[in-house]
Every structure is written in structure tokens, then in C-alpha cells.
Design a protein around this ligand. Structure first.
Ligand code: R5P
Length: 299
């Protein structure tokens, strides 16, 4: 098996390769003055299995295009199987028609991945557990929950905490973590304006008084879900609030609002590379590399 990486998250790709006792295979990604890319595979791949590690975070379209071209270059160079390991999958939230006239962007992406010849797909904490079903090739939805469980066991005392899903979409996730840790959970009901994405209202189901509240979500994008959630939890008597999310999308001024918020600390994983300008003092990055390497060693 050979491991290739696009440019979106090379530190993670290097870390995964290292855990597998391998090096990333060489390739050239040349960017023309007009922004087009040209990919050249610089290793013999004939008859081999190639794994590409590429997150499709910001710049989403550029990272997708780079991935498609990389798959094509590998196929044309004779790789027998090209497997895509996409720690964070862009467009996954556009998984159905929310309002008349919209397309289903996620289905477009799945169609292209299969069309260019991907033979197997891996990702982490997909927004909907139904996403793998959209693929006709094997598709796997891995979970970062063991990383969070380990961190929580290390940093917190179980009888002092309560887990919180900051919206109803995360109920399956929070139940699973609650079972893993034997810690109770509560949920927040979040009402969002579908046009602008603004949050109208948040309501708490359950008791958090006197507890340290740990919110757990799949994605932090604008950060508003976590910030509204934290305020609500503190209003309801939580002693302090911590936030965990697999994917630190951190769009717009999320880093600023999270740093200024009442949240004590924000934990995300390295499915998305957090560049210097988006990092902030309250942020701690946990790694999914070991889970990824464990899966890929049998790929
Ligand atoms: C929504 O359904 C997701 O699970 C996240 O809660 C959402 O993407 C977070 O978005 P934001 O950080 O913009 O509130």
C-alpha cells in the first residue's frame, strides 16, 4: 500500500504514515498562474493499492479538485485500487433539499468520487450516518469519540460532569459517548433560520445544575451553536462549560467568538489542519492519527 497526500492536511497525513512505519509517496502538485493544478505521480504504482489522504475543508473546491486530479493521475499510472481517506468531508451538510430549487451537493460529490474511479472511501464523524449509503463503493464512517473519551477520562472526574449534545442532530453521538463513559447526558434543542443560518432559540432538556458541562458536536463552523449552548448551560446552573467537536471548520470569526465566549476550553481533532491565523489560546487539538492508522493498516 502506498500513501499519498494532497495539500489540505499534510501534518496529519505524515503522522498517519509515520504510525504505519511508512513515508508519504512523492508527487508533484504544480499550480499554474491561472490557478489550475497539474498532478504528477513520482513513484511506480502499477498494480498497487494507493491511499490518498485529503480533507476537503477550506478552500473546499480547490481541495476537492486536487483530490479528483490525484485519483485520476493514480488510475492512469496503473494503480489497481485508489482509496480515499478524507478525514473531513466538505459539502456533507448539503445532504438533502432543504428548500425548493436547491440541489443536493453531497450527491454530486459522491458521484464524482465514484466517477473518477475511487474504490473505497473513509471519513470521520460524518454529519449523517446515512452518508455511506449514498456510495456504491465501500464507504466507512469512523468515529473520533474514543479520542474524546480518553481525554475526558484523563482530564475530568466522571461524577462531576454531564455530557451535552448542543443540538438534536447529535443525539446518537452523545448517547454513544455516554455509554462509553457511563456518564449522563442532556440535550439542547436548537432552532435555526434555514436562509441565514442564524440560531433563533435554544432550549435545554435535562439538568446541568452543579455540573461541569461537556458539549460534544461533529462540527464547529461559525461557533454559534457552542456559544449559545454554553450561555444556556451556565444560565441553568452549570459550573463551567467545555466544548468538543471532531471537525474544527472554524469559519468566519469563529475563533474570535469562541475565545471571547464563556467556554473554558475548546477541543477539536486534527481532521482539519488548523492554521496559525485560526488558532486561539482556548483551543486544544487532539489527534485521530492512531485510529486512522489502525484502519489503514488493513486497507
Ligand atoms: C449542525 O447540525 C452541526 O451538527 C453543527 O452543530 C453545526 O454545523 C455547527 O455550526 P455552527 O458552529 O456554525 O453553529
Amino acid at each position: 500500500m502506498l500513501i499519498f497526500s494532497g495539500l489540505s492536511n499534510q501534518p496529519l497525513a505524515i503522522n498517519i504514515a509515520k504510525q504505519l512505519d511508512r513515508k508519504l509517496s512523492p508527487l508533484e502538485i504544480f499550480v499554474f498562474p491561472d490557478g489550475e493544478r497539474r498532478i504528477t505521480i513520482e513513484e511506480k504504482v502499477l498494480g498497487k493499492t494507493a491511499v490518498i489522504i485529503q480533507s476537503t475543508s477550506e478552500p473546499v473546491d480547490t481541495n476537492y479538485m486536487e483530490l479528483f486530479l490525484l485519483v485520476d493521475a493514480l488510475k492512469r499510472s496503473g494503480a489497481e485500487f485508489v482509496k480515499v481517506f478524507m478525514p473531513y468531508m466538505g459539502y456533507q451538510r448539503q445532504d438533502h433539499i432543504f428548500r425548493d430549487g436547491e440541489g443536493v451537493s453531497l450527491e454530486v460529490i459522491v458521484g464524482i468520487l465514484q466517477g473518477v474511479g475511487v474504490s473505497e472511501f473513509f471519513s470521520f464523524d460524518l454529519h449523517s450516518i446515512k452518508i455511506p449509503e449514498l456510495f456504491k463503493i465501500p464507504a466507512h464512517n469512523l468515529s473520533a469519540l474514543p479520542v474524546f473519551a480518553q481525554k475526558i477520562e484523563k482530564d475530568f472526574s466522571k461524577d462531576e460532569i454531564v455530557l451535552v449534545s448542543p443540538d438534536m442532530g447529535g443525539i446518537r453521538r452523545i448517547k454513544k459517548l455516554s455509554e462509553m463513559l457511563s456518564v449522563p447526558y442532556v440535550t439542547i434543542v436548537k432552532d435555526r433560520d434555514l436562509n441565514k443560518g442564524d440560531i433563533h432559540d435554544v432550549q435545554l432538556n435535562g439538568e446541568v445544575k452543579g455540573k461541569i458541562a461537556l458539549m460534544v458536536d461533529d462540527i464547529i463552523s461559525t461557533g454559534k451553536t457552542m456559544v449559545y449552548g454554553a450561555d444556556l448551560l451556565l444560565e441553568n446552573g452549570a459550573l463551567s462549560v467545555f466544548a468538543f467537536a471532531t471537525h474544527g471548520v472554524l469559519s468566519a470569526d469563529a475563533s474570535v467568538i469562541l475565545e471571547k465566549s464563556k467556554i473554558e476550553k475548546v477541543f477539536v481533532t486534527d481532521t482539519i489542519e488548523i492554521f496559525k491565523e485560526k488558532n486561539f489560546p482556548k483551543l486544544e487539538i487532539l489527534s485521530i492519527a492512531t485510529i486512522a492508522a489502525d484502519i489503514l493498516k488493513n486497507a
